[in-house]
Design a protein around this ligand. Structure first.
Ligand code: EPZ
Length: 421
């Protein structure tokens, strides 16, 4: 296993090119199961989760030419419809093949994704919606056995909670259903929007794209001709590098981004006293005269994203004052707190609320352990301003969602080396 060795207190400067969004690429790769032609995709992020999903699609019979960021994928001759535990256990987003496989083939077996470090993360809403569309769902020996006679039927689906991959699964299932599906309380994340846009460009009639009410006219199991597309920029990767600028109080520019996707995050940086410059495709963060504490409540897009919570908690350790962070989406997304405290941060937890007392000069480098994707990026951020050397262990978590994180940080002045345990 690898670890990162980081020497803190380096000023950063320069610009970072942001990669394609992991959480857009995953549903879009799964959606190629619905395609009647070979699909050309560019700007894929070069991260482990993408390689894992491609391995799963390969096991189902897809063939592809893939050169890290571009792919031509052909699922026309898909033969298998079973997503096995050994793959799904490494990446819960494998659940995204459930909707398209069931819609196209009328049957599939998908291993139930276990929980993960940040929470139990059930898929009950995905399954309930598919049953409303006529599927028979059985859970047996840890697998979801889904069947439907003929095509799935259009239905009105009202999600009890906003679910990103739940919305994506049902959009893909509805695309090949017979009749009209209305999704009420749909997720509106940019990644959901791009999935809808790609399917609409392939000829699927979808109304309400970008809203919480989607109306999808199914093709009655007719696969559709996908047009080539480019994955949208990763707004969470982008926010993470802006946090690198914030925590070191340096000037950092991020390029190849959609600034609008970062509205809630940029507003918080400005509230903390940082200056933000924007143009069409880039954002620059400039130092704050005084880093002010912040109040954050995570919520669905376009509100403040839960995937940026850990990173902002690291930045809040540098604020002059007490910050309050309320994590509303996941019940256990504070795994980074104990590690930050070991570095000298003053953070107390009360249920879903973390209180961070800024200790601008107090973080000390030490050995810390990553537990989940975004928590590990928070530990790297803290290490950038800690006194001395920090070793971040178990960075396989980091590699799942960040494309060469340490290389991009070294390019703007950080002192980081990837070592073997
Ligand atoms: C997506 O996960 C993202 N993953 C997550 O990013 C992100 O944190 C999350 O959305 C919230 O924005 C991908 O897109 C691949 P949800 P997802 O279904 O879809 C509950 C990262 O760091 N729920 O929107 O799994 C659930 O427990 C990852 O890149 C049910 O109760 O999240 C949670 O409390 C981490 N039943 C809430 O809804 C269900 O059937 C939101 O979950 C589904 C969800």
């Amino acid at each position: 296993m690898d670890y990162l060795e980081i020497i803190g207190k380096k000023n950063l400067s320069g610009s970072v090119k942001i990669s394609g969004a992991k959480n857009a690429a995953l549903p879009l790769l799964a959606s190629t199961i619905l395609s009647s032609n070979k699909v050309q995709i560019t700007n894929l992020p070069n991260v482990v989760d993408i390689r894992t999903l491609l391995k799963l699609l390969g096991m189902l019979g897809a063939t592809f030419n893939h050169d890290n960021t571009n792919i031509s994928i052909d699922t026309i001759n898909l033969t298998e419809t079973k997503a096995t535990y050994d793959i799904v256990k490494t990446m819960r987003a494998s659940i995204l093949v459930l909707g398209p496989l069931l819609a196209r083939f009328g049957h599939c077996e998908v291993s139930l994704p276990g929980g993960c470090a940040i929470g139990q993360r059930p898929v009950d809403l995905h399954l309930k919606a598919l049953e409303q569309m006529g599927a028979k769902i059985e859970i047996k020996a840890g697998y979801i056995l889904a069947t439907v006679d003929g095509a799935l039927k259009g239905a009105t689906i009202v999600f009890d909670k906003v679910t990103v991959t739940g919305t994506e699964n049902i959009v893909m299932a509805a695309a090949l259903a017979l009749g009209t599906t209305t999704i009420v309380n749909a997720a509106k994340e940019p990644e959901v929007v791009q999935l809808c846009e790609v399917l609409a460009d392939a000829g699927v009639k979808i109304e309400g794209i970008g809203t919480n009410r989607l109306i999808i006219e199914g093709t009655n199991r007719q696969t559709v001709p996908f047009k080539p597309f480019k994955i949208i920029p990763d707004r969470i990767e982008a926010g993470t590098y802006l946090c690198a600028g914030a925590i070191t109080n340096s000037t950092v520019k991020i390029e190849n981004v959609v600034p609008m996707h970062l509205d809630a995050v940029l507003a918080k940086f400005e509230e903390m006293g940082y200056k933000i410059l924007k143009d069409e495709t880039s954002v620059t963060i400039l130092p704050a005269n005084e880093i002010k504490p912040i109040h954050i409540t995570t919520t669905e897009y376009p509100g403040f994203p839960t995937d940026m919570q850990a990173q902002f908690m690291a930045v809040a350790t540098m604020a002059n004052g007490v910050s309050v962070i309320d994590e509303k989406l996941f019940e256990n997304r504070f795994m980074h707190v104990s590690e930050l405290v070991r570095m000298g941060a003053e953070i107390s937890l009360n249920g879903t609320v973390a209180t961070v007392t800024g200790t601008p000069q107090q973080l000390i480098g030490t050995d810390v352990m990553a537990t989940d994707l975004r928590a590990s990026s928070a530990l790297v951020l803290a290490a950038l301003v800690a006194e001395g050397t920090t070793k971040v262990h178990r960075i396989y978590h980091l590699d799942r969602g960040y494309d060469k994180l340490e290389v991009k940080l070294v390019n703007i002045g950080a002192d980081i080396v990837r070592e073997k345990e």
